[in-house]
Design a protein around this ligand. Structure first.
Ligand code: SF4
Length: 417
């Protein structure tokens, strides 16, 4: 196989992807597969010139704030240079006009880039720059066009999505969701990732009001101990987080919550870790994304004393997964026997005779393909079996399986966990 240009897009939130990138560059160089190798994304921003020094076969470096300059980079390579284009221009923001989408049912739409929070463990503010929101009107235009082209589910993206502020009007995420909820043809609207500190009651009211705002919410808490939260600079306490969860659940009782957790943050004691387990037990998240802490370049926590030994991190992570898998399995088991609207995403990975789809609250469901159903349909599925990470079921009825786009009142009779 031969390519004139290979672009490697990179993430540096954890350490492993950086090592993977260097291995991948080595492989490409060894097999002489490429004309030009360009490194894009956060590792490009973070490593800059260093990457060129370490990898002579790399042609250019393009940070996440410079993607619109790919043509300029290629022209420079043509003239014998190895350009390093990094940094951020907060005036122009990001060029997101042309996005290639592989899913015919789901469209991802960036609404805010960057982050101003500077959590002490996180490299994002250094690699993605300060927060830059897109004008609300351009987001609405993009989503209307997606809906016209058959996209049923839109996922709004931002590192701190609830920090969104339209640069033209000052509209916030609650305003944006209200406006998007009125777009004809859209069945579901999701948004990730929310910062607990910025989640206000107005946003909760909008979630409660519009049924086709997804019943799934990702709300990272990171640690259950106030001492660790303060050292992470999260700027909320355990009590404030739990209070927020209580308010969200009071307004939207069937919400499926997911979260991020870091295990083994510097200075984390066994007592601190047990507070994390305790919080997980009391909230009972549908999904938990947990990671062992790894020091990231330029972040304050990388220089903190009392780094937790790797075997201790590993052991804590295993205990955490044991608990969270048991909780997810219980929550999913409680759905057996209920009927849920499922948006068909495509073939099941395990069996091409089955569809794979998602519920309104973002749970994966596999079920045998009924006749006359297609990707993008919303079908009613009776749940017959559950595991910790998936649901299995069968489509209801033998007639037309397609449901209308959800609007207004709830249309399913699910038994919530
Ligand atoms: S809010 Fe999220 S993206 Fe921003 S610094 Fe903290 S962890 Fe990183």
């Amino acid at each position: 196989m031969r390519a004139d240009l290979i672009l490697l897009n990179t993430c540096s939130v954890r350490e492993k992807p950086v090592r993977k990138l260097l291995t991948r560059i080595g492989e490409l160089t060894k097999h002489n597969l490429s004309g030009i190798i360009g490194i894009c994304g956060c590792v490009a921003q973070q490593e800059g010139e260093d990457l060129l020094r370490r990898s002579p076969s790399v042609g250019f470096i393009l940070g996440p704030g410079q993607l619109h300059r790919v043509g300029e980079a290629l022209r420079a390579v043509d003239q014998g240079h190895r350009p390093v284009l990094t940094g951020f221009d907060t005036e122009t923001g990001y060029d997101v006009r042309t996005i290639f989408r592989t899913s015919s049912t789901r469209g991802m739409v960036t609404v805010i880039e960057g982050c101003n929070e500077y959590c002490t463990f996180c490299v994002v503010p250094y690699t993605r720059g300060p927060e830059v929101s897109r004008p609300m009107e351009t987001i609405l235009q993009e989503v209307r066009s997606l809906a016209r082209n058959g996209i049923r589910e839109v996922e709004l993206l931002g590192q701190t999505i609830n920090a969104y502020r339209c640069p033209a009007t000052g509209a916030d995420l609650a305003d944006l969701l209200e406006a998007l909820a009125g777009i004809e043809g859209l069945a579901r609207i999701r948004f990730i990732t929310s910062h607990p500190r910025l989640f206000d009651d107005r946003l909760i009211r909008v979630l409660a009001r519009h049924r086709h705002l997804s019943r799934y919410l990702h709300l990272p808490f990171q640690a259950g101990s106030d001492t660790v939260l303060a050292r992470m600079r999260r700027r909320y306490t355990r009590e404030e987080y739990l209070d927020l969860i209580g308010r969200i659940r009071a307004a939207v009782p069937d919400i499926n919550l997911s979260t991020d957790v870091i295990v083994g943050f510097p200075g984390e004691t066994e007592k601190d870790f047990r507070q994390t387990l305790d919080l997980l037990e009391s909230v009972r998240f549908g999904q938990v994304f947990a990671f062992a802490y790894s020091p990231r370049p330029r972040t304050p926590a990388a220089r903190y004393d009392a780094q937790v030994p790797e075997p201790v991190k590993k052991e804590r992570l295993a205990r955490l997964f044991e608990l969270t898998d048991a909780i997810s399995a219980e929550l999913n088991a409680a759905l057996v026997g209920s009927t849920l609207p499922v948006l068909i995403d495509g073939d099941s990975r395990r069996d091409p005779g089955d569809w794979q789809g998602r519920t309104e609250d973002n749970r994966v469901v596999n079920f045998p393909k009924p006749e006359a159903t297609a990707v993008g349909d919303i079908v009613t599925v009776r749940i017959t079996r559950a595991s910790a990470h998936s649901l299995y079921g069968e489509a209801m009825n033998t007639g037309p399986h397609r449901l209308p786009v959800l609007d207004g009142e709830p249309s399913d009779d699910r038994a919530t966990a």
